[in-house]
Design a protein around this ligand. Structure first.
Ligand code: SAM
Ligand code: SF4
Length: 325
């Protein structure tokens, strides 16, 4: 379906939980955020109903995210259900990767097409500092398993944080030379917990690219990767993978935004940075049928703003793990 600004909305990101087994410094405080009570979180059956209704009005791509989606009980059932819908041609996952290796084969069998891992450092100690609890070898095993199972394109999300991982941009680029990994440096967003802290540690994508070019010389441009979305990709000459930047802050990509987000507690959000939400949970729990749900989703699409106003600050009560990053 087209929205009011002629953008084709075909992508639904589903947060299946607001819980997580990591506590990344820019995402959650050490004690975790106040988790939503279980009964307020959509059941897998309710999520499936939303996906079916969304597919009736043109959603063809679904990403499962969170919180950490792999901590959700029986998550494979959801992949199985969605992959049986003939209108959905792409099912992807965003994960911190720590549980991935042991679940990878079952995820693939259940319909997973491709996976994005969040990996902010290649140094196990820095990785532990950023995630507070993460064990680098577990995640690395997951990434290798995804490559082994051809869950391509395998992407790595690296949130760039000054003083934390900005000495590693070159190491990530070298990794893209050796392995078919698509590494995306993401600008730190001043959302939720990390709000005041993020401002002082922010690194513009332009600076990342400049530093890479100083180290490696000119990069190949205009590279297209499946599901490239808002990232701009580059390649080191001869590399098996790519490096990209997501200019979430410095240069918004709202004009080409094709997505809706379903929060873990059943609110449909037309814009990550907008506070407006459409209450699908109440509709689901008061007997709405597939058509009624599709009508509500279509309404949310009509309300999708032309662009976000992040520069006005993040005044939302929610954090990234609740909305689904
Ligand atoms: N737990 C999964 C993971 O980490 O991949 C999925 C959910 S996480 C919220 C999704 C993505 O959002 C991660 O790549 C994470 O790095 C990113 N993220 C979280 N908070 C962010 C922030 N303040 N700025 C930029 N990216 C952020
Ligand atoms: Fe968990 Fe992902 Fe947030 Fe890290 S970024 S705390 S892994 S939800």
């Amino acid at each position: 379906m087209l929205d009011n600004f002629q953008r084709k909305i075909n992508y639904l990101r589903v947060s299946v939980t607001d819980r997580c087994n990591f506590r990344c410094v820019y995402c959650m405080p050490p004690e975790g955020v106040k988790f939503t009570p279980h009964q307020e979180i959509l059941s897998l059956e309710e999520i499936s109903r939303v996906v079916d209704a969304a597919s009736d009005i043109g959603i063809t791509k679904v990403r499962i995210t969170g919180g950490e989606p792999l901590v959700r009980k029986n998550i494979l059932d959801l992949f199985r259900y969605i992959s049986a819908n003939p209108c959905i041609d792409d099912i992807s996952l965003t994960t911190n990767g720590v549980l991935f290796a042991d679940m990878a084969e079952d995820l693939k069998k259940s319909g997973l097409n491709r996976v994005n891992f969040s990996l902010d450092s290649l140094n196990p100690e820095t990785f532990r500092e950023v995630t507070r609890v993460g064990n680098f070898p577990d995640v690395w095993r997951g990434i290798n398993k995804a490559l082994e199972l051809n869950l391509h394109p395998v992407k790595l999300n690296v949130v760039a944080v000054r003083g934390v991982n900005d000495q590693e941009f070159g190491d990530f680029a070298r990794l893209s030379r050796e392995l078919p990994l698509h590494i995306r440096f993401i600008e730190l967003m001043p959302i939720g917990e990390c709000n005041p802290w993020a401002v002082g540690n922010f690194i513009k994508a332009e600076e990342i690219l400049q530093r890479l070019q100083e180290e490696f010389g000119p990069l190949e441009t205009k590279i297209k990767i499946t599901g490239s979305g808002p990232a701009q990709y580059y390649r080191l000459p001869g590399a098996k993978g790519t490096i990209g930047v997501i200019t979430a802050m410095s240069n918004h990509f709202c004009h080409s935004c094709n997505r809706l987000r379903l929060t873990a507690n059943g609110q449909l959000r037309p814009c990550l940075y907008g506070k407006q939400e459409f209450d699908l949970k109440t509709a689901l729990r008061s007997g709405a049928g597939r058509q009624e749900l599709a009508d509500l989703i279509a309404k949310a699409i009509r309300y999708k703003p032309s662009q976000h106003h992040m520069e006005e600050g993040w005044t939302d009560r929610r954090v990234m793990s609740q909305i689904g990053g």
